[in-house]
Write a protein that binds this ligand. Structure first.
Ligand code: ADP
Ligand code: SF4
Length: 691
């Protein structure tokens, strides 16, 4: 790297207590749905990030003791020496590529239910569980607090022994005992650990001091601290007690890792926080109060924004969770000036949803994440072509684009035909809706590479028929022709069409995304429960319609609890004036009104309805595939050896699923089918019984 490189400052080493980060790229702790349940997969996934140039690679939260049992979540565990081996896999994988390994030690207090260990959760006060589980914590007495200090110190000892370079003390996300102790809404104690701020900080201070003593210069001690909770005087405020706490503890940790709390505020999606760096207004004060390095996050993907943070003196290290998932090689690409190759996070929180669903991490932009061990996929390396024969891909949505791009990277000449003038399929269509503009990055990232490559030919405005495909002479054909939304209201709840549709104005989501808009009283019937129903309702209301959002679920866009967005989306719909009708199905329409039936009692009511927008189910666009597959003789005569259908045309799913399907199809092409199949069966099984 030359001194003229505008991003050179990002590659300066940073001293963190007794250790040195080789540059300023810091993968902060993030969960991955792997943890102690899939430790091999976790170690390999983290190792890939170290290879990609991150200076620090952290674990997810690591429970320090059986009284902090996050089951069924798949987080990290460091309960006793039985966890040693799998943690060593992780530190070795990270060290192998010259990065520092950090571990986020945590006691989760009342945030965990202890459903596996069956001991009462511990908390400053007998607080109910925060995920609406019927569990309350036991108030810790002074002996419990002494025990907690011992557990944490023991965890630090074990962490250092397995090679972690940075050990965390964690008071963030409204998920950790230490944060619970700090705030009066949970801490009503009258002993030395409650009341005054100094008393509420006492346990954090003691645990930081213990950690330093145990680490004894062999590892740095990081303090992850939520400097703002966005709940006014009920919570920590960056210009209130949080600032005082930073001042009180300023020089005690070797590193300040600061963010905003709870998790939905920290990991905001682009729909809710469009700009990167959205945490800076809250975290910027910290550096002025400490001489220790400060790391902070904010979905940073642009090196200019990163440099600005360093130059403005608000951060020393650029923290990243999601951008490091979407592109584990982000630092290396910046270092080598390959900015156009950065696979930018779109801020969709599909990764977060995986963790909330207790399954291995998935990412819309990076289909390889979570598959580094299971399928042996690397985000930057791909198997070389076998035959090298040209391939035809039909459909330039996320599945077709990823398939074409990955085949091209393998070394196959690619021809991509797309019916419409716009390349990108649903990524481009949905990006027109409010808050979803970043979806287009899914298309742009792939198109950028395809467009600049001599071995790729792109043909927009090319709707292909079976005759076209048979006549072209390609031996290998991949069909990613997508899906269209149903117009009759059939979906997960109602398997019969809505009555009276012939008398009503019906607009499908595809119509609205193509700017064919209804007017007047509009009923959006969301029986799909993802982001689209709510986004369409918001869009139509903003266009002057009077929107009623009807859903059989208890809440609008209910799946978005998994992406941490539901409460905020719910609030936005209410504030926009969208009328909500939960627990209802649309059963009939007549051009003026819609009949809604309660999904529990069947009781009906009528709401004004000039137009209906059913968001219920999609129909695969598989006509081309079926026409071709139906005539094997014609395929043979045309010399077609490979005919594959993939993505939404095969089975409608998420954007992430379409990208994954495209990638899998490309990787599997001319591979040993037995090996492809074997990956489906590959899983980690507990062979070790502790205790
Ligand atoms: P996916 O999510 O599986 O990629 P999309 O619906 O986003 O699916 O994209 C499918 C793309 O395929 C759309 O852009 C559509 O215009 C295109 N397409 C569908 N049928 C044909 C066809 N016969 N010829 C060319 N392109 C097609
Ligand atoms: Fe970003 Fe979405 Fe990937 Fe998460 S899943 S890293 S939010 S692109």
């Amino acid at each position: 790297m030359t001194a003229e490189n505008p991003y050179a400052v990002l590659f300066e080493p940073v001293r963190i207590g007794p250790v040195t980060a080789r540059n300023r790229f810091y993968q902060v702790p993030h969960c991955a749905g792997l943890g102690h349940v899939s430790p091999r997969a976790n170690a390999v996934m983290r190792g890939v990030k170290a290879e990609g140039g991150w200076a620090v690679v952290s674990t997810e939260e690591a429970e320090i003791h059986p009284t902090s049992d996050l089951s069924p979540a798949r987080e990290q565990r460091i309960w006793d020496d039985a966890d040693r081996t799998h943690l060593e896999w992780l530190t070795e994988a990270v060290h192998a590529h010259g990065a520092l390994a950090a571990v986020e030690l945590v006691h989760n207090g009342f945030h965990c239910t202890n459903f596996y260990t069956r001991v009462p959760p511990l908390a400053p006060a007998p607080v109910p569980n925060d995920a609406r589980q019927p569990v309350q914590a036991r108030r810790m007495d002074l002996a419990d607090i002494r025990a907690l200090r011992r557990w944490h110190a023991d965890a630090v000892r074990r962490a250092v022994a397995v090679g972690f370079d940075i050990v965390y003390v964690y008071a963030g996300h409204d998920m950790s005992m230490l944060q619970h102790m700090l705030v009066t809404r949970y801490n009503d104690r009258s002993d030395a650990y409650g009341g005054s701020l100094e008393n509420r900080v006492r346990l954090v201070r003691e645990i930081l001091e213990d950690a330093r003593e145990v680490a004894d210069g062999r590892a740095a001690v990081a303090f992850r601290f939520a400097v703002e909770e966005l709940m006014g005087a009920d919570g920590l405020q960056h210009d209130g007690e949080a600032r005082d706490i930073v001042g009180m503890l300023a020089e005690l940790p070797d590193l300040w890792d600061v963010n905003i709390s709870g998790w939905p505020n920290d990991s905001q999606t682009t729909r809710l926080a469009p700009q990167e760096g959205y945490q800076a207004p809250y975290t910027a004060f910290v550096k002025a109060l400490t001489s220790k390095p400060v790391v902070g996050v904010g979905r940073y993907t642009s090196p200019d924004a990163m440099v600005a943070q360093i130059r403005q003196g608000t951060l020393d290290l650029i923290g990243s969770a999601r951008p490091s998932i979407a592109d584990p090689f982000l630092p290396m690409k910046i270092r080598e000036g390959r900015l156009a190759e950065i696979r930018e996070c779109i801020g969709c929180n599909v990764c977060v949803a995986s963790d909330n669903l207790c399954v291995p991490i998935r990412c819309t932009q990076n289909p390889t994440v979570g598959e580094e061990w299971r399928r042996g996929w690397h985000p930057e390396r791909i198997e070389a072509a076998v035959s090298g024969e040209p391939v035809l891909v039909v459909g330039a949505g996320p599945a077709g684009l990823e398939c074409a791009d990955a085949l091209l990277r393998r070394g196959y000449p690619v021809t991509l035909a797309e019916a419409s003038a716009t390349l990108g399929g649903r990524a481009a269509r949905e990006a027109r809706l409010p808050g979803l503009s970043s979806w287009v990055r899914v298309a742009d990232h792939r198109l950028q590479h395809l467009r600049e490559h001599a071995n790729a030919d792109l043909y927009p405005v090319s709707p292909l028929t079976a005759g076209d495909v048979l006549g072209f002479g390609f031996r290998h054909v991949f069909l990613a022709t997508g899906a269209r939304w149903r117009r009759d209201g059939v979906g997960g709840h109602g398997r019969n069409p809505i009555r009276g549709l012939d008398r009503a104005h019906v607009f499908s989501p595809d119509d609205i995304m193509a700017a064919r808009l209804p007017a007047g009283d509009v009923v959006v019937y969301d029986d799909e429960h993802g982001y689209l129903g709510g986004a369409l309702a918001e869009h139509l209301q903003a266009q002057g319609c009077r929107v009623a959002l009807v859903t059989p679920a208890a809440e609008p866009s209910v799946w978005l609890h998994n992406t941490l967005e539901q409460p905020a989306v719910h609030k936005r719909l209410l504030e926009a004036g969208v009328r909500l009708h939960p627990h209802r199905a649309v059963t009939a329409v007549d051009g003026r009104a819609a009949e809604l039936a309660c999904v529990h009692t069947g009781r009906t009511e009528r709401v004004a309805c000039d137009a209906l927008v059913p968001v219920t189910e999609r129909v695969p666009e598989d006509g081309l595939y079926r026409a071709l597959a139906a005539d094997p003789d014609a395929l043979e005569r045309a010399g077609i050896a490979t005919l594959r259908i993939l993505g939404d045309a095969d089975a409608p799913g998420s954007l992430a699923a379409a990208v994954y399907a495209g990638h899998l199809a490309a990787r599997s092409f001319e591979a040993d089918p037995a090996e492809v199949e074997a990956a489906l069966f590959r899983r980690e099984m507990p062979l070790h019984v502790s205790g």
